[in-house]
Design a protein around this ligand. Structure first.
Ligand code: AMP
Ligand code: MG
Length: 299
């Protein structure tokens, strides 16, 4: 378990004797990265950054700078649909630290939203610091840190001489090389309302896929579903009709971040975005009038 999700690694190798040693390195790398990025760990670098919100810039390492820079890029190209400063909203809606779920009042939401906004995350690349400009701001890397960690684990496997493997952190997946027999890795996309059913199969080779959906982390009140992906412009769980989106990209951080963003943006804007970015494709699933519909990007 890492960052609240199950992580699995499958390695294809002719010399099984080396696997145990490699796996030990993989798990210690995963734990190290979790201690940097997890908001559940009070001593993590992310927790430290959040504690200094409104006070002072915090020195960060290269990995944190990379993740925060990529988050900023994704916020920019998605017109703020992607925003890691949703931390206070995650708390207010009861998705963090427990997954209990609660409906905030209008007044509460109006207050919380004043502490949200990616433009108030100030990255200083020469000093290598980050400063959350408003008191009470909180960043939450749940939308892309798992993807980053998957990329790091896949890179580690490659360094260790493994050419074919699958790294999966709760559906954020990197497919290194091939499946035995010389074919691509095949990833089934789960049906958003029936976990025994597969919607479609994606084939990947040296490529990542990440999926966002409304069917794992949500609560229901008065027959309405509130899921853990928040539209930063309204402060409310996204209501875009998207129920599931899988994005394929050269790296898993990109796939992870874009999947979350497209969940907020909706199918039309999502397809437009996928069209604009090189080497990125996806499947966007909407539920309209009770019907589940798949929207595919060109490739
Ligand atoms: P994912 O499962 O990758 O779609 O990420 C969902 C997680 O990202 C949530 O549990 C929050 O921690 C965080 N999050 C929620 N809404 C947003 C948003 N609009 N932009 C960035 N991160 C978000
Ligand atoms: Mg994501």
């Amino acid at each position: 378990m890492m960052m609240g999700t199950m992580v699995s690694v499958e390695i294809v190798s002719d010399s099984p004797g080396i696997i145990a040693g490699i796996m030990e390195k993989v798990w210690s790398e995963a734990e190290r990265l979790e201690r940097v990025f997890s908001r559940y760990i009070p001593e993590s670098e992310i927790s430290l950054i959040n504690r200094e919100a409104g006070h002072r810039p915090v020195p960060i390492n290269d990995e944190m700078m990379e993740v925060l820079s990529r988050a900023e890029d994704i916020s920019r190209i998605t017109d703020g649909a992607f925003d890691i400063s949703v931390g206070p909203l995650m708390k207010k809606w009861g998705f963090f630290p427990e997954r209990e779920g609660q409906l905030p009042s209008e007044a509460e939401l109006a207050e919380v939203i004043t502490r949200v906004g990616w433009q108030a995350i100030e990255l200083n690349r020469s000093e290598r610091t980050v400063h959350l400009l408003k008191p009470g701001m909180e960043i939450d890397l749940g939308a892309l840190a798992k993807g980053y960690i998957v990329d790091k684990l896949a890179a580690l496997l490659l360094e260790e001489g493994i050419e074919n493997a699958l790294v999966n952190a709760g559906g954020d997946i990197y497919c290194l090389g091939e499946y035995p027999g010389g074919r691509s890795w095949r990833i089934g996309m789960e049906h958003p309302r029936d976990e025994d059913e597969i919607l479609t199969v994606l084939e990947l080779k040296n490529r990542a896929v990440a999926t966002s959906g409304d069917y794992r982390n949500y609560f229901i009140r008065s027959r309405l579903r509130y899921s853990h992906i928040i539209d930063p412009h309204t402060g409310r769980p996204a209501q875009s009709k998207v129920v599931e989106v899988s994005v394929m990209a050269p790296d898993c951080l990109t796939a992870d971040g874009l999947a979350t963003a497209i969940f907020v943006m909706g199918a039309d804007k999502g397809i437009d975005l996928l069209r604009k970015i090189d080497d990125v494709d996806g499947v966007i699933v909407t539920k309209e009038a009770g019907e589940v519909i798949m929207h595919f990007s060109e490739n």
